[in-house]
Design a binder for this molecule. Structure first.
Ligand code: SF4
Ligand code: SF4
Length: 341
């Protein structure tokens, strides 16, 4: 892998120049508690200390709402609405969110690629950024706290700048085209990088392995904890909307008022909604709140075999944004009582 360094005094210029590669999106503070990834005009507004955004990076690749087809009802014809996506730069993705995008790739770019998603993925330039965990993070347990692929550049904080790992041909291009911004990595930078990594590991609240959690979940589905926790759940779906790997969507055909045309739309759905498991004839595969609540735990902790990780990347979003204060990790720890607490 290629490594370069950028000094703090060149960061502002670096961010400005990223705009040459596409619209720049980065985290900005939108309230006391929340951040969102917005299009950046003034690079000084970028928040480097943002751990999680209110909408995960998936929104750039699977928008919450999109039109797929225009339908001509009279002539029984349709046209796919596939538009060329302009290049765009996503700055400040942490390791867990980059792994999350790779999980989405596995789902959307399989044997039958989703062309809408594929176009956006091709257009997206990913610039990763190191982070220090808060009490909600557990990416160390899901083994997604470090990422080796899926970014163009990954910036690791140093006392006087950033050590940059170059992860793709597009990343090499950015470095090659802006040689005045980058310097060689020195021994003291490597030492600082190692110290940062060590400090980061020490800040995690829990240690251990979650590899067998899927089976423990299956074996404890009758535990009373699920009745108690599901009782608190409001069924609002915040946990799935803010989850970087949740990808359920619904598709509807909406006719125009003239009855001659229609459009097919796709929009985010949530397994926490009662309608999610509802099928023709009125049967519901998950009729109770507890069924839906447990489904999320089982689904997120299932293995994603191509990457050898679970579908949960340990970002803590579902807990942070839950209005009922339901703690996803604490519930998992509770059913694995004694593992490391
Ligand atoms: S965010 Fe919390 S309250 Fe809302 S559906 Fe998820 S677990 Fe239930
Ligand atoms: S289940 Fe929760 S902690 Fe895991 S990836 Fe989704 S939002 Fe993050």
């Amino acid at each position: 892998m290629r490594y370069v360094k950028i000094y703090n005094e060149k960061m502002q210029e670096f961010l400005e120049r990223l705009k040459n590669y596409g619209k720049l999106y980065a985290p900005v503070k939108i309230s006391d508690k929340f951040y969102d990834r917005k299009e950046i005009d003034d690079v000084k507004k970028i928040s480097f200390d943002c751990l999680r955004t209110i909408m995960p990076a998936k929104k750039f690749f699977i928008p919450p709402y999109e039109e797929l087809f225009e339908i001509d009802i009279e002539n029984a014809d349709y046209k796919e609405k596939i538009e060329e996506t302009e290049p765009f730069v996503l700055f400040g993705l942490h390791a867990c969110e980059i792994v999350a995008l790779r999980i989405l790739d596995g789902v959307y770019l399989d044997e039958f690629p989703d062309i809408y998603y594929a176009n956006r993925r091709k257009a997206g330039i990913i610039i990763g950024l190191s982070c220090l965990p808060d009490e909600y993070c557990f990416c160390n347990l899901t083994r997604t706290d470090f990422v080796d692929i899926g970014f163009e550049l990954f910036l690791h904080e140093l006392p006087d700048g950033y050590l940059i790992r170059v992860g793709s041909p597009k990343g090499h291009k950015i470095v090659d085209e802006n040689p005045d911004l980058f310097s060689e990595v020195k021994k003291e930078d490597i030492d600082a990088f190692k110290m940062f990594e060590e400090k980061r590991q020490k800040l995690f609240k829990y240690y251990g392995s979650f590899d067998n959690i899927r089976y423990i979940l299956e074996l404890t589905m009758k535990d009373k904890i699920w009745d108690e926790e599901a009782e608190k759940c409001l069924g609002c779906g915040n946990c799935t909307m803010t989850c970087p790997t949740c990808r359920c969507y619904d598709v509807q055909d909406i006719p125009d008022i003239d009855g001659k045309h229609a459009k097919r739309i796709r929009f985010w759905d949530s397994c926490q909604f009662r309608s999610h498991g509802l099928v023709a004839g009125g049967h519901n595969f998950r009729p109770t709140k507890k069924d839906r609540f447990l489904n999320r735990y089982i689904c997120k902790n299932a293995y994603f075999y191509p990457l050898g990780t679970s579908y949960c990347v340990g970002c803590g979003n579902c807990t942070y944004f839950c209005p009922a204060n339901i703690n996803f990790l604490e519930n998992l720890i509770e059913i694995r009582r004694g593992i490391n607490a």
